[in-house]
Design a protein around this ligand. Sequence first.
Ligand SMILES: *[C@@H]1O[C@H](CO)[C@@H](O)[C@H](O)[C@H]1NC(C)=O
Ligand SMILES: *[C@@H]1O[C@H](CO)[C@@H](O)[C@H](O)[C@H]1NC(C)=O
Ligand SMILES: *[C@@H]1O[C@H](CO)[C@@H](O)[C@H](O)[C@H]1NC(C)=O
Ligand SMILES: *[C@@H]1O[C@H](CO)[C@@H](O)[C@H](O)[C@H]1NC(C)=O
Ligand SMILES: *[C@@H]1O[C@H](CO)[C@@H](O)[C@H](O)[C@H]1NC(C)=O
Length: 509
Amino acid sequence: MARLSSKIVPQIFLLLLLHKASAILGAEHYSRADFPADFVFGSGTTAAQYEGASFEDGRTPSIWDTFAHSGRTGGATGDVACDGYHKYKEDIRLMVDTNLDAFRISISWSRLIPNGRGPINTKGLQYYNNLINELTSNGIQPHVALIHFDLPQALADEYGGWLSQKILKDFVEFADVCFKEFGDRVLSWTTINEANVAVLGGYEEGMLPPGRCSTRSICPEGDSTTEPYRVAHNMLLAHSAAAKLYREKYKATQNGKVGLSIYIMWFVPYTNSTEDVMATQRAKEFYIGWILNPLIFGDYPDIMKNRAQKRLPAFTKNESDQIKGSFDFIGLNHYFAVFIKDDSSTKRAIKDFYADLAVNFEFPESPAYQYPVMPWALEEMLEYLKQVYGNPPIYIQENGQMTRRNGTLNDTARVEYIHAYIGAVLDAVRNGSNTIGYFVWTLLDCLELLNGYGTSYGLYYVDLDDKELTRYPKLSAHWYSNFLKGKSTTPDPITQLKEKMTISWRQQF
Ligand SMILES: *[C@@H]1O[C@H](CO)[C@@H](O)[C@H](O)[C@H]1NC(C)=O
Ligand SMILES: *[C@@H]1O[C@H](CO)[C@@H](O)[C@H](O)[C@H]1NC(C)=O
Ligand SMILES: *[C@@H]1O[C@H](CO)[C@@H](O)[C@H](O)[C@H]1NC(C)=O
Ligand SMILES: *[C@@H]1O[C@H](CO)[C@@H](O)[C@H](O)[C@H]1NC(C)=O
Ligand SMILES: *[C@@H]1O[C@H](CO)[C@@H](O)[C@H](O)[C@H]1NC(C)=O
């Protein structure tokens, strides 16, 4: 999904260069054969960003549709998106051309079970069966998320969605339907995508659905002091209950894996002062430990408990036992690192997650509409997960470069970024990281939640002015495809590719 655009902080650029000079750099020359044979390379999308057909064949609105139609995404909605509901076969041919092993999708709960619980929508069931069959019959593994920032609006209206523990029963029933109907072909399940960001975006900052926060000029409703902690707690309980169900009822016959995903910016101290170093550690605990400590150790980090006190719900012994170890992999979405400054002295009006955390973020410099290229940050992050969390199996479920969505197919910045980050993954794997897969975000330029149709991450451009929504491969699609077909990444892959590439499309861009 889309991310915050980086603020320009000139002095940070210097810091970044200093850091880089001393830091590990990703492998530069490599080929697919350098990775373990069973390492999975893929790309992905999600229901709300890809499918469109929002009101077709019995689907009801999700909280994403409600949020988009409230005007809070600048008018961009997923009503049509990339029209994947009708065009998936064409897109799977692109995946075959690109030589993907795997493709991430998510299931729109309100398409499959329109009221959130109760009867299954046979048209929705048919769509996901068709999509999954088309993937598997083309040799592409479907990796499926159950929640990707969407939830039936009916459940939000009825009891507040994730705010209520009533969600646990409904979520587990939804998961049960998915495991039962699709689990013979789907071997990788992510219960909730970016649990930490779903919570912060949806209940702390109000910039993701359901758009709740304490600041009334931004959000009509919400309470940032307690809701983010409550919702994350309910998500952990829901995840672990679904994972338990899978283990008890399906694992023996289906033999798939269940995991949870988090978004990680990596954190680097702004200076070497004790305050900034401690603030950086705190940021890791608040963003990563919030979800991973319960999953791996059975409880929240002590520093969160100390700072949030009663606003952070406590796990009962049973809950803790159920959550601890309730995963077969961790999904990581990662794009860049930020520099952390201690901000303990500022008194904040609202006693919320950010007040408890008490840091300032400084964003590294990068060209407009692009992320900074910091592959060393991914290596440090994977090393940290190895050392602190016992080296869990990891799928990097999202990584990729943002650009303007202006029709250029010559996306050299994306090629450079992906090339550098796959090199970083290789270095980490060579040094013992248990990373087992990597997915480029994203296959197609569809809807981005934060930027609508303004920026893009796709390997393929989608022409929204053309009623056929024609897809065109960018340079990055050629690069990724060459890499996946086993060609080694030569010293100057971009020049060579550019020579081969025919830009057959509107030259006026
Ligand atoms: C912090 O210390 C490390 C190791 O001594 C050094 O490489 C780095 O440049 C220092 N960073 C800053 C911002 O001074
Ligand atoms: C806790 O777990 C035990 C054993 O699994 C079970 O007997 C008990 O009912 C559970 N208690 C609660 C409150 O869920
Ligand atoms: C389109 O975006 C690319 C990458 O951000 C940029 O280099 C190029 O100048 C842009 N072209 C136009 C016409 O805006
Ligand atoms: C693609 O962009 C690069 C630099 O961004 C430029 O050097 C090259 O000429 C462009 N190629 C085409 C075919 O436009
Ligand atoms: C490689 O792994 C070893 C052992 O876990 C660790 O000590 C070392 O710091 C790692 N190297 C890098 C570059 O992360």
